[in-house]
Design a protein around this ligand. Sequence first.
Ligand code: SAH
Length: 360
Amino acid sequence: MTPLGRLIAARIAAQGPISLADYMADCLLHPDHGYYTTRPALGAAGDFTTAPEISQMFGELLGLALAQAWLDQGSPAPFTLAELGPGRGTLMADLWRATRGAPGFHAAARVVLVEASGRMRAAQAQRLAEAAPVWVDAVDDLPRDRPLFLIANEFLDALPIRQFVRHPQGWAERQVGLQGDRLAWGLAPPARIAALDHRLADTAAGEVVEICPAAPVILAAVAARIAARGGAAILVDYGGWHSRGDTLQALRGHAYADPLAEPGLADLTAHVDFEPLARAAAPCPVTGLTTQRALLLRLGLAARAERLARGLTGTALDSHRAAAHRLVDPDAMGTLFKAIALHAPGTPAPPGFDASAHDA
Ligand code: SAH
């Protein structure tokens, strides 16, 4: 067992089984042994890769969409340019380079990064020196006194979830307990969970549903700032409109792993449910849910890919073309990943998003 596994097992032995959310929080962000606090995590040498690490076009196109929303709102200055969970800083670096030509955007932007891991902050500091970022621990610490233009990719999927199994008498929460000296799944006694009343109609006994308690709180904090001062937010993640089944996954070395086997050594994520996010974003208008594929193609991925291809030959050209496909192919990230945007009341939706219709 890993050192973190021993700590968790001792806690369970003393105090009883813990929720999956508590387990995930320890695995990802434990100050000494958490995955994001200790591991390189991202990129070819890490455990998983993400759209900005695959191609510079991802950050460029989303950055230009956000800059257009800023122009559409009258180029307010100063404004907060924020990212949630920036990883290695690649998305923000590409966004920053691509928006150089938007008149006044760089001069007005105050870059604020929401990042819990000191290790990740160090990587971001190196990468983003030109944008002079400051860091905050949580979304609630984002400035309240200026417009907020915000982006997040694969942040919400790292937030701890709870899982419940539908039971004739209500919902039994999945817990992490002990079998001998090993971590093992268990179930709490069934109870009524008011937040899941609306799922009684579309689930049957034995089915698993998930809730992510932190996500709506985060969305509400972002939306409150945007509604009060102006701004927009673009959120990209893998998932769908409604939670369906057990979506917890552990990744280590680009391969699936057992989520209980090596606490702290594997990345743990879950599908993001966009419906509760959209509900929490009131009073801001929220666009329809769109696939990453449709969004990037509407933002001009094909033309940008051709432009970049002109300067490349040989294996560099091949890997550029493969990266473009990976972002939009239905067999790769194209349809598994989804996006929504919220924007200040009375302002247009950022480009690339349909104001209301879902296309995913
Ligand atoms: N957006 C990046 C990285 C995704 S990995 C990309 O697309 O490549 C998730 C990121 O969120 C990491 O930087 C991780 O340290 C950070 N993170 C995870 N949970 C967090 C939390 N609760 N608060 C703040 N940052 C968090």
